[in-house]
Design a protein around this ligand. Structure first.
Ligand SMILES: C[S@@+](CC[C@H](N)C(=O)[O-])C[C@H]1O[C@@H](n2cnc3c(N)ncnc32)[C@H](O)[C@@H]1O
Length: 236
């Protein structure tokens, strides 16, 4: 890991110490190996106004990183060439798994609100940015479309940051799918049905809701076929 990132990494993962050994190791592994989290900060993709909704936030790793980023920046410990992180952005996560919500709440304290809710039947409040990292493929196709409708409507204006596997990416996609199926089996979820789409199909879904879309490869350092869709409503 780039030594400049070490203080931020430690500050974002330390709060998981009391959330159980697994949660702590998981947070450290995720932040170390998954490029998407630091990418959002390094590229300044998050606004600094109103609020962020992290849909399917899991254990709240992104929220913990944002909390740590604000604290580190304010104490003068920040990578030299990175933009200022969000300092005034409200943080809220929504998650279906009770144990993950517990871990997230433990790590985040009162710096973020984390609700135990099902994304399939929740109204989304107006916000400036919505993040969905590896979440949409857990929903059925129509459920994905309904959630995208609500997300696009909730942005006022703002950005929608969606990370998904690209089902059109050949072998790398098959590796991604095997790995998800294996992870599901290890959790005892053998009947889990995942619904993937190609990057081209995701772009069409986002553009069809009036969003401008840019695609960033998001698998660096991994064998996976992940991409980040940076979709915007109401910006030039
Ligand atoms: C692969 S994890 C990603 C977690 C988090 N976004 C991250 O990147 O660390 C997918 C998460 O989506 C959650 N999820 C799946 N279906 C959901 C639903 N219908 N409502 C809320 N959360 C859901 C799962 O419980 C899981 O925590």
């Amino acid at each position: 890991m780039n030594p400049q990132l070490r203080p931020l990494f430690e500050a974002a993962t330390r709060p998981y110490v009391g959330a159980g050994t697994f949660a702590w190791h998981f947070a450290r592994g995720k932040l170390r190996h998954d490029p998407v989290f630091f990418f959002l900060l390094r590229r300044g993709l998050l606004p600094d106004r109103e609020s962020l909704l992290d849909l399917g936030c899991g254990r709240g790793i992104l929220l913990s990183l944002l909390k740590a980023a604000k604290e580190q920046y304010q104490t003068g410990v920040w990578p030299r060439d990175w933009p200022v992180p969000p300092l005034n952005l409200g943080l809220r996560g929504i998650e279906l798994s009770e144990s993950r919500v517990r871990a997230a709440r433990h790590a985040l304290g009162d710096s973020a609100r984390v609700d135990l809710r099902d994304l399939r039947d929740i109204d989304l409040p107006p916000c400036s940015v919505i993040v969905m990292i590896d979440v949409l493929f857990y929903l059925g196709r129509e459920e994905q479309e309904r959630l995208l409708d609500r997300a696009a409507a909730a942005l006022a204006p703002g950005g929608l940051l969606v990370r998904e596997a690209d089902a059109g990416a050949g072998f790398a996609f098959r590796v991604t799918r095997w790995s998800e199926n294996l992870a599901g089996a290890l959790r005892g979820e053998f009947a889990q049905r995942l619904h993937y789409r190609s990057a081209v199909q995701w772009i069409a879904e986002l553009a069809g809701r009036g969003l401008s879309v840019r695609v960033e490869p998001m698998s660096e350092g991994t064998p996976f076929a992940n991409v980040l869709f940076v979709a915007r409503k109401g910006f030039g």
